[in-house]
Design a protein around this ligand. Structure first.
Ligand code: PLP
Length: 382
């Protein structure tokens, strides 16, 4: 079933089509100049010395774990309120995710709790710009510096955003972007590592390309494999899509800000809706538009409101269920009650349709339908 007003929709123009077509006709479909161009553009945009394209945001996170030498016996401090990939990458390398609770306003990790969670086994802080919000990124970096550990910035939801004028992706020792179709820009599937660290960049270039040796950005012999690598490459076709989308990034971010502003205006008067809070220091590029129901609403009521929206052909989703409560994380010993803020927030969050071409009329319809579904639940409750 496809909703009339979907939750998200990629924004592909003639420019993307033309650039992809040019690659297809060039006959060079992988490892080529368009990847280099895409990397250069993202590096410049984030003010980083290196950008390494890869097959997904998840692959990028995995390679950073490897490049930073994180493995069995190591701990990585991270958030339970995120898309699951930000924590799975820690499990991939046999390390232990140490979750800390979030700040209820920004929905990012509470810096004091990050500090308190660090032990002699902590190798890194893996911070996520939740829904694109870069709040506390400099604080996490300062904590990492104090303890002489790494900070990884999972920027998969934040391309184009800024905090105090500094671009998202520039706060950690390394950052990762993801280009799945619901992100600010898409390559269908794809990701990009950004860093100023030459060694990390070379290692990631090696890991993504079957472990072939890389020195100073230059790949050695095709048949010499220095380490256990992967095929985490991005194709030239995907990179072409990325180059076109990057060219349009400012326009895309403007559109997203317009849609967010319209939602804010129209939802302002709706009681029992908690709007996203954005710090005055923050320039948001808006990954999704997630509101929270007031605590008069239970999780079941929230879920029925989502079903009601779908019945009216309006996309909606409960972003995010807590990672630590997913079945295979429970098997690792995590359970309800461990991160009360994250759990309470995630019971009442609701993502509304959000994409560049959403019209004012669409937004009015979404808000009216949401309002109707909420009052119905209220009436049932009596
Ligand atoms: C989307 C996302 C990822 C993973 O990106 P993929 O490209 O889908 O692998 C990782 N972390 C966060 C927080 C994300 O939102």
């Amino acid at each position: 079933m496809v909703d009339e007003i979907p939750l998200s929709e990629p924004d592909i123009t003639d420019l993307e089509v033309a650039m992809v077509e040019r690659v297809l006709r060039s006959k060079r479909l992988s490892i080529g100049p368009v990847n280099e161009q895409f990397e250069k553009t993202v590096a410049a945009r984030t003010g980083r010395g290196h950008a390494v394209s890869c097959s997904s945001g998840t692959a990028g996170l995995h390679m950073l774990m490897l490049a930073m030498g994180i493995g069995p016996g190591d701990e990585v401090v991270t958030t339970p309120f995120s898309f699951i990939a930000s924590s799975n990458c820690i499990l991939y390398v046999g390390a232990k995710p140490v979750f800390v609770d979030i700040c209820p306003k920004s929905l990012n990790m509470d810096p004091q709790r990050v500090e308190d969670a660090i032990t002699p086994r902590t190798k890194a802080i893996l911070a996520v710009e939740t829904f694109g919000n870069p709040a506390f990124m400099p604080d996490y970096r300062a904590i990492a510096a104090r303890h002489e550990i790494r900070m990884i910035e999972d920027s998969c939801e934040g391309l184009g955003g800024k905090y105090r004028g500094k671009p998202v992706g520039s706060f950690g020792h390394a950052g990762v972007f993801g280009f799945y179709p619901n992100k600010q820009i898409t390559t269908g599937e794809g990701g990009m590592i950004v860093t100023d660290d030459d060694r990390i960049a070379d290692l990631c270039r090696s890991y993504r390309n079957q472990g072939r040796g890389v020195m100073g950005g230059v790949t050695g012999s095709w048949l010499a494999h220095d380490r256990l690598g992967y095929n985490y490459r991005l194709s030239e076709i995907q990179a072409a899509l990325g180059v076109a989308q990057m060219r349009r990034l400012d326009e895309i971010v403007e559109q997203r800000q317009r849609v967010a502003r319209l939602y804010m205006e129209q939802l302002l008067d709706l009681p029992d809706i908690i709007l996203p809070t954005v710090d005055h220091d923050t320039f948001m590029s808006w990954f999704v538009f997630v509101v929270r129901l007031s605590d008069r609403f239970s999780q079941d009521e929230r879920d029925r409101i989502i079903e009601g929206l779908h019945r009216h052909d309006v996309g909606a989703a409960p972003y995010f269920p807590c990672i630590h409560l997913q079945p295979f994380y429970r098997e690792l010993g995590f359970k309800e009650g461990m991160f009360p803020v994250a759990e309470s927030v995630s019971r009442r969050t609701l993502a509304l349709p959000f994409f560049n071409r959403l019209t004012e009329k669409n937004i009015e319809f979404v808000v009216q339908t949401l309002s109707l579904m909420m009052s119905r639940e209220g009436l049932k409750r009596g």
